[in-house]
Design a protein around this ligand. Sequence first.
Ligand code: PBG
Length: 331
Amino acid sequence: MTHGQFPYIRGRRLRASGAIRDMVAEHNLKPADFIAPVFVMEGENEKVEIPSMPDYYRYTLDLLLEEVQELKNVGIRSLVIFAKVPKNKKDNKGTEALNSEGLMQRAVRAIKEQFPEMLVMTDIAMDPYSSYGHDGIVEDGKILNDESVEVLTKMAVSHAEAGADMVAPSDMMDGRIGSMRQALDEQGFNHTGIMAYSAKYASAYYGPFRDALDSAPGFGDKKTYQMDPANVQEAIKEAQLDEQEGADIVMVKPGLPYMDVIRAVKENVSVPVSVYNVSGEYAMLKAAAEKGWLDEEQVMVETLVGFKRAGADLIATYFAKAASKILKNKL
Ligand code: PBG
């Protein structure tokens, strides 16, 4: 057999057309991969754009239901709800978080009633309810662990009662997954799942989100509970612990600066891995696109497929709707 001219192995043959590229693509994005974060606030018939998150809104519940319809129309099957709590309802113990008539609980009920097939997740953390903007009860400038886990566990049960399909604890207190799993099971919610924010870093990329919910810490930072950006081995430990405690899905957060963490976690757990493409990542791309410095659609899709390549099975992203529209038009 004679070979043609060097080089006889040519990688470019598999890149020659859209048809062949799509055929050999190792990873594919689909709207069902996405969890769309939604922000709800009190009131009616109002939506407010979040200044540091262009094109992203906080909705009153009536308008949120219309938005959920739009998400559904582009093929999105899952969302995670965040509630903006009025200042006068915040206290150190996050009391309002347990109110069965609270905004979060009402939002879950309304969405599940109108869209029973939508997979509804709720964020479990005290910061939007805390007068200190922390994810736990504060005493002498410290964040108490076990006392906070008690509140967080009740919060998970309250969301399950409202009809949440999964609860998503984002607080990083020790032992909360086991505590929630036990309480959910004891109270008849053994079908309610837990998506654990397992490797959640103390990140400056959450800034725009805290604008959206008015939930920035009133003093100090979150470094005594959220993880140090320098660590990856610790992420594996946290994810494995959460898996052992009963998490159905584990999460790495933020996304882009932690691609290696997604891969490491993926290789060390047997539950699905999700990633949270956080508010600051959204804001960076939006700002660069507004200036005409980056192509928003292309960078968005490149980023999202990058998460899947890194090992993420699902992606929480503020680009869920925009990306789903692009994917839909491609088919
Ligand atoms: C609540 C919570 C935060 C985010 C999700 N849940 C903020 C924080 O921990 O300070 C951040 C999401 C984002 O930035 O998009 N604990």
